[in-house]
Design a protein around this ligand. Sequence first.
Ligand code: BGC
Length: 339
Amino acid sequence: MKAVTVAPGTAASLRLQDVPEPDASHGSVVVETLAVGICGTDVEIADGGYGWAPPGRDRLVLGHESLGRVVDPGPSDLVAGEHVVGIVRRPDPVPCPHCAVGEWDMCSNGGYTERGIKGVDGFMSERWRVEPDYAVRVDKDLGILGVLLEPTTVVTKAWEHIAAIGLRAFWDPRTVLIVGAGPIGLLAALVAAQHDADVHVLDRVSSGRKPDLVQRLGGTYHTGTMADLGLAPDELVHGAMEAVAPAGVVCLTGVGSASTPGTPSQAMPATDVVLKNAVVLGSVNANRRHYHRAARILAAADRAWLDQLITRQVRPDEAAQAVRRAPDDIKAVVRFADT
Ligand code: BGC
């Protein structure tokens, strides 16, 4: 079968190649790939800046934002023809206390693996296998939009953690500021809007569909400040700490590019953190309950709105184009088959 693979650590190594059928060690459910989304992590892997091949190999099948159709459910309670998304992370084998209770997104020894990212093949192949417990059903009516489930899990988890931190004191949050109107930012805006927050999104782009997408959620779109969104992590944290209200929470879901040139590192604004009773938290990945919640968030969202997030669909032999960002891209998707 065909698969899009990369040699992690080597830039421009992405190619479509023939690989063996999916390994039974990946699970008893056989899935036909419908689509795979591309995110900043894939771009970093394709640029040679992130990612790990499976042990003993030098190439990795890329892709962690999956959507597929069950071909053979094996002994699971799935049914052939159902749409599923594969969970990305697998617990570390020790396991650490977090992985032992199914919170592999909080893995505390770093021994976790991630499909298409760290040590296990991803989903960007004509077929893949998955363990029944790591296949999440998606509403077939969502069609191609089911491919947005995985990025939605990332913001679902972040929202859950922000809310948990908020409960340390009286908590009646109104305003949410989201920095960056990429797929994660826009899906975060969707989650915040579904929680009736006063949503503000800041991005450097002033035209195209992003402003309209935010307005359609009832939010306000801004351009221009926060050091003009240099996207250097330290500067953003600094800007966010200045902007956050007392007792507020600043949540970072992306690290930007570590190789951004000319970005001076700034000391953490400790005074701001202390005198505002503020919290800065990082959030990565998601566990099974976030997938189930995210599926509900997508089900409750306006389909026409979600549809606007997918700005580009390419064939598997064009995957190299999908990891090169076009200026007005939101989500690029590699399309394997019709839904
Ligand atoms: C994925 C996460 C993953 C993270 C770090 C993100 O793009 O959505 O599932 O944990 O990259 O590898």
